[in-house]
Design a protein around this ligand. Structure first.
Ligand code: GLN
Length: 251
């Protein structure tokens, strides 16, 4: 269902931002849908009117999308969306090249890259927005993660993946891990950055504990649409509590 839901609780005046969630039916593991809810709530706090839109396999691709978020999924979910994702690849590549802010987590991070070779054998082609490749292994990387990002500071989350991702020269890592694995078990990097695309293995969901990333996506979307971003006064109390709790957890 691609129908936008108008938001009646937002303050009027500053403008509307359309947030598109990709494949919430198959790609929404560990509550990654929470990322869309955080964008919705922080947009309200900043005084903008959020519209949440869902895109699932077979839907018509919506017009005028300002922010795109996509979550993780099991290999079986990735296999179910692969044909539709390929059909939307050109549209999504164009939006990324134009500078649309995007957040893709785990399973969709992998498929925004060149391919994911699953540990069971099938190779799921990606849409090549990100210069990364992923190979499935028999070792799952599971647990709490801390990384340090030059842009966003300390990022906290949770990982659970069999795919191990290697970055090519066309992307930067999101940051370096100090707890947990991240992209793979070797190089100490987590996630990828390209234009306004943020890619990460981290669930949790990610944005409730990492409002700096949420505000990057919001600021970028608003500046592209309206020229300047006028911040409001978000309530970061729960984010701080969640961060303190997550930082104390063992691996
Ligand atoms: N199925 C992928 C993997 O295991 C992604 C998992 C996820 O999104 N958590 O690597």
């Amino acid at each position: 269902d691609t129908a936008a839901r108008p938001d009646t609780t937002a303050q009027p005046g500053k403008g509307t931002i359309r947030v598109l969630q990709l494949y919430p039916r198959e790609m929404n593991i560990y509550g990654d849908w929470g990322n869309a809810l955080v964008l919705q709530q922080r947009l309200r706090w900043h005084g903008y009117t959020p519209e949440l839109i869902e895109y699932n396999v077979g839907d018509e691709f919506p017009e005028d999308v300002d922010v795109i978020v996509g979550g993780g999924g099991q290999d079986s979910g990735q296999l179910l969306i692969q044909d539709d994702l390929q059909a939307r690849g050109e549209t999504l590549r164009q939006l990324a090249t134009d500078g649309t802010p995007m957040l893709v987590i785990c399973g969709l991070y992998q498929l925004f890259g060149k391919f994911f070779k699953t540990s069971a054998g099938p190779v799921i082609p990606g849409i090549g927005i990100l210069d990364v490749e992923t190979n499935g292994t028999d070792e799952r990387l599971i647990g709490n993660v801390t990384l340090n990002s030059p842009e966003f500071g300390e990022i906290l989350g949770y990982e659970n993946h069999s795919g191990q991702t290697t970055l090519g020269p066309g992307v930067e890592p999101l940051g370096s891990v100090s707890r947990g694995a991240g992209n793979n078990s070797k190089d100490g990097h987590e996630g990828a950055r390209y234009r306004n695309v943020v890619a990460s293995y981290l669930h949790g969901s990610l944005l409730p504990k990492n409002p700096a990333i949420a505000d990057f996506l919001i600021r970028t979307a608003v500046e592209r649409k309206y020229g300047t971003f006028v911040p409001g006064t978000p309530d970061d109390g729960y984010a701080r509590l969640a961060r303190e709790h997550a930082a104390r957890r063992p691996r």
